[in-house]
Design a binder for this molecule. Sequence first.
Ligand code: ZN
Length: 423
Amino acid sequence: MEPLRLRCSVQNYDWGKIGDESHVARLFSMNSKSEIEAEKPYAEFWMGTHESGPSFVLQGDESRTLKSWILENPDSLGERVLEGWGGDLPFLFKVLSVAKALSIQAHPDKELAQFLHKSHPTIYKDSNHKPEMTVALTKFEALCGFVSLEELKGVLGSVPEIVELVNNVDVDHVLNIKEQDGGEKVKTYLQSMFTQLMSASKDNVSEMLFKMKSRLSVDNKVRLLTGKEQLVLRLEKQYPGDVGVISAFFLNYVKLNPGEAMYLEANEPHAYIYGECIECMATSDNVVRAGLTPKYRDVQTLCSMLTYKQGFPEILPGIPLNPYTTRYKPPFDEFEVDCCCLPKGASMVFSAIPGPSIFIIISGEGSILTGSMEEEKITEGDVFFVPAKTEISLTASSRDDNSSATAGALQLYRAGVNSKYFE
Ligand code: ZN
């Protein structure tokens, strides 16, 4: 089979970077040959079969979705993927441009996803779980998972506004837990405090945030505020009066460098804060939100679904596959991501594999070649669906007359089913 060019969808959520500032806007405009609207936020570029942002096949009838093409050409998935996930692509591939924080959220596991979809089908639109992975394109900031016991004790000792809002018995218990007794014991109190905080009344939250701001502005004159305190003040400007602002004290502040990745298991709280990234996930859009959002909040579901596991998340540096390619392999069957940077004039063959892939050209230009296809030019914003068992060869342009910083180099990302699934 031959690779298919795709025309992909964009999401203009209000937290996206605006106009030309947004890498998503540039990719979308190159991909769809459309103008960028200067004032509009461009948040997410979606590549895959999810019905909320379908990709279209640029071949013959251009209104044909990748999903319907795959249904008619199930061999393109390969036997093992067909067996495992039926006639659909198991992963959804995205680029994100984040200007302001996304909601504090978690994604349900399969069982909870099915339950939520059954009981509230208009809010929880599909019944699939949604493990996800983020690979930073720029410096990328996020909140992810609960802080360690030690850091939590520090928070209770230094943020009196939180202590005022939650039950003092819980606070005393946490302060008296010893590191070696931590684990399960602290989870109960952490869940209780986090739930009290997230369910606090609007008035109480506003009052608490007002007190905290006043205290920090006094402190700011005599000491340097901590990274977390500075972050909380930043979030408060973006979402005044939102309880999500203060909940940041409970979560790890993660800063990824370009090329670093992190992944999120089901039921782990997180919020992306700033930067641009590649994201891959199981095909699903199931999000339970509880703060930093104008959208629907489901505080009770969120607080009861979380695992309350504590500690800093694992940062993946990626595994070098060859001089040009780095692979990010999360502990999920549905997906893995490769980053490939070809210097000027270099070529690389992506061998045939048992499952399907999606490729996106992030920057630069070059050409693509397969056994049966004529060599075609490729450039920023081009997206290809590469069927199972299809070998492709990519070459970076050797032209020197381009003035952009990436002249001649070709940077692309590939998403595919996790190779460990085929072992
Ligand atoms: Zn998420």
